[in-house]
Design a protein around this ligand. Structure first.
Ligand SMILES: *Cc1c(COP(=O)(O)O)cnc(C)c1O
Length: 408
């Protein structure tokens, strides 16, 4: 039996191995460990032996990650036509794909209907049902419900109470009934209320959501194949946070579903990939100030947006070979982008930084490279995949030519 801890902390990565990778592939560099991705999948599969598990592609849509999770047994939850394109490219069958259509552009609907007509369309508005009917689609449909309960780790990602996502729970039966009358194969109900379930309170909120969903399923005028409780399984971004207790989530989910006679579907994203990834970045500027020492690095908000977007916390560790011998200092880690929000980490106790040091940013595997962008004409970073102890380039660093290539 292989050891499969509930969490991999930044301190668990080998500094020497990470230094070697940075030397070989350059920085900024995302390192994604596919073996750890598989471990994360296995723990969820073990806690929910009867569930169908889909991977929420938007957390990290790299081909190597998608293939690893497909081979492990996951289906794919896609939030856009582009993600469906990537899932198909990685070998998922259309029937293994759920396409969650949030205000879908016409181009997206047309593409998915053409490329993956056997996918399950998860719709969050009557309007989307109309648009599918107009296109002659009468295939697999699931209705996304916003349950009016639940919580997320910040306002910006707490989607449960937000009318943008899903139909109100008390209107779901009517929407399902209409869709059945119009010939759709209504196979499921769905709720995803945001990200970051970690504490007992969060698990209690999850239970409320699934209870609402179960009530919708019981009253649904259709023979449902599944109840999809969404993703949102959290990971500890801070060293003093405990990992999510999957057993208690499984218990809460089972209790909430009670007598509902349908398969459970889960669609975590972050949980599979977050602690399987680190971002490596090099210090290029050290600037003492009246407050913290500024460590200017070659990764910024365009490389890892979460701190600037949500105020997200990521651990930072110095990989300098002599880090343990240095005095510590209060350090702000700042990027090269001309925006005052371009701060990766604020006021951290770190070994006094020196130019040329390598820093590792933890839990960077989810919503990291996926949110990278080219503002300030920055080039998106490279990604290296670790698989069975071997490293290989999974994604090339953008060249300057990628900046001008789309221009006419
Ligand atoms: C983002 C998203 C997920 C995954 O969320 P995580 O917090 O990464 O687990 C699952 N389902 C839907 C519909 C989503 O939008």
């Amino acid at each position: 039996m292989t050891r499969n801890p509930a969490v991999r902390r930044l301190a668990d990565w080998s500094p020497g191995d990470l230094r070697d990778l940075a030397a070989e592939y350059g920085t900024p560099l995302y390192v994604q460990d596919l073996d750890r991705v598989r471990e994360n999948y296995e723990r969820v599969a073990a806690a929910f032996p009867d569930a169908r598990i889909h991977y929420a592609v938007k957390a990290n849509a790299g081909r190597a990650v998608l293939r690893a999770l497909r081979e492990a047994g996951a289906g794919a939850e896609c939030a856009s036509a582009g993600e469906v394109y990537r899932a198909l490219d990685a070998g998922f069958e259309p029937s293994e794909i759920h396409y969650t259509a949030v205000n879908p552009p016409a181009r997206d609907l047309d593409y998915v209907l053409d490329a993956a007509p056997d996918a399950t369309f998860v719709v969050g508005a009557r309007d989307t049902v109309d648009r599918l009917a107009e296109r002659g689609f009468a295939g697999r449909l699931a209705v996304r419900v916003h349950p009016g309960v639940g919580a997320g780790h910040s306002e910006a990602v707490a989607t449960g109470a937000d009318a943008k996502f899903g139909v109100p729970h008390d209107e779901a039966a009517a929407v399902i009934g209409d869709a059945v009358d119009r010939g759709f194969d209504v196979v499921g109900v769905h709720a995803h209320v945001g990200s970051g379930m970690l504490t007992d309170d969060d698990v209690a909120a999850h239970r409320e959501v699934v209870e609402r969903l179960a009530a919708v399923a019981r009253n649904a005028p259709a023979d449902l194949e599944f109840v999809d409780a969404g993703g949102g399984f959290g990971v500890p971004y801070r060293p003093d946070e405990e990992p999510l207790d999957l057993g208690s989530v499984a218990d809460a989910t089972r209790t909430a579903l009670a007598d509902v006679d349908a398969d459970l579907v889960l669609e975590p994203g972050r949980y599979f990939v977050a602690d399987a990834g680190v971002l490596l970045t090099e210090v290029n500027t050290v600037k003492p100030t009246d407050g913290a020492t500024l460590a200017g690095v070659d990764a910024g908000m365009t490389t890892l947006l979460r701190p600037a977007l949500y105020g997200a916390h990521h651990e930072v560790r110095s990989l300098a070979p002599d880090a343990a011998d240095r005095d510590t200092d209060a350090v702000d880690v700042v990027g090269p982008i001309c925006e005052s929000t371009d701060v990766l980490a604020e006021d951290r106790r770190l070994p006094a930084p020196e130019r040329g040091d390598l820093l590792a940013v933890g839990n960077a595997g989810a919503y990291g490279v996926e949110m990278s962008f080219q503002y300030n004409s920055r080039q998106r970073p490279a990604v290296v995949a670790l698989d069975g102890g071997e490293d290989s380039l999974a994604r090339e660093r953008d060249g300057f030519d990628s900046l001008t290539a789309p221009e006419r």
